[in-house]
Design a protein around this ligand. Structure first.
Ligand SMILES: Nc1ncnc2c1ncn2[C@@H]1O[C@H](COP(=O)(O)OP(=O)(O)OP(=O)(O)O)[C@@H](O)[C@H]1O
Length: 269
């Protein structure tokens, strides 16, 4: 039998672009009659850390909170536009908000562990979502989450101590373990290091680095060095608008917009 050359018709695809985990289109947010976010459209990708930067009051936290409907908890807040997670409209009446917040977890500025044991802080979410059938399974989830949050070695011998007795940096890692425990797809971090000292901050930044790829991560930060260190994409907000969004290296070295350049060179903010 002679070998024939096989012609393959399918063109070779270049590496597929990163899938958009979340998309936001033409999003406006109002607090009463005051508009805090104006016509923002952005994509959040799975294998990237996205940083939101901009001067105080520009709407970074407000926009972040639209991504898992945390704004629902503010009675005056109203969100319009289209926000999707894996293509599903998160503001549709069919969306289960409890489920959404498990898929899109959040870590806040001030570490806020529950006044419960370290173990219970992590086990709480999996328990209400029915993720563990038996104690052994729960133990595995708790251990795995604490390991991924880089806290296991420090707490494994005192899981029944109160979460609030940990240091600030440990408490923040506990909050990250708590978010991870329900197996989220996206983690939103709202200035997660602003209450921490430089060593605790470095640990969280290292952790963000390790978690990248497993979760889509969005971080709000006032600290531009931090945005440059931890993110691959940066979005610059000003007065409720998204001025510029692109590769972090480009935003910091070659911004397209004058307002971005003025902000990153410290002219205002
Ligand atoms: N619950 C609220 N009720 C009314 N107005 C609000 C509320 N939360 C935020 N705002 C207003 O919305 C605008 C955007 O605030 P937001 O906190 O999102 O900005 P930010 O960029 O995250 O600021 P910072 O960096 O200071 O945290 C501000 O003018 C703020 O005063």
């Amino acid at each position: 039998m002679t070998m024939t050359q096989v012609h393959i018709d399918t063109p070779v695809q270049p590496d597929a672009p990163a899938p958009h985990k979340m998309t936001a289109r033409n999003v406006d947010v109002f607090y009463g009659s005051k508009q805090a976010i104006k016509d923002v459209s952005i994509d959040v990708d799975m294998d990237r850390v996205t940083a939101f930067i901009g001067p105080s009051g520009c709407g970074k936290s407000t926009f972040l909170r639209t991504l898992n409907r945390m704004n629902d908890t503010v009675s005056s807040a109203r969100v319009t536009g289209d926000i999707r997670l894996d293509g599903d409209d998160i503001y549709s009446p069919q969306m289960d908000v409890v489920q959404l917040r498990a898929r899109v977890g959040m870590v806040f500025q001030k570490p806020n562990p529950f006044p419960k044991s370290i173990y219970e802080n992590v086990a709480y979410g999996p328990r209400i979502h029915g993720l563990a059938a038996a104690r052994g399974e729960m133990d595995e989830i708790v251990e795995g989450s604490l390991k991924r949050a880089g806290l296991w070695e420090e707490v494994k011998d005192r899981l029944s101590d109160s979460g609030t007795a940990l240091s600030g940096g440990q408490q923040q890692r506990l909050c990250i373990a708590r978010a991870i425990a329900v197996d989220p797809e996206v983690i939103l971090m709202d200035e997660p290091c602003s209450a921490l000292d430089p060593i605790a901050t470095a640990k969280i930044e290292e952790l963000i680095h390790e978690l990248r790829g497993r979760y889509a991560i969005v971080i709000v930060t006032h600290n531009m060095q931090q945005a440059a260190r931890v993110s691959q994409r940066t979005a610059f907000f000003h007065l409720g608008t998204l001025v510029e969004y692109g590769e972090t290296s480009e935003i910091f070295t070659n911004p397209r917009e004058v307002r971005t350049k003025d902000y990153i060179t410290g002219r205002y903010g």
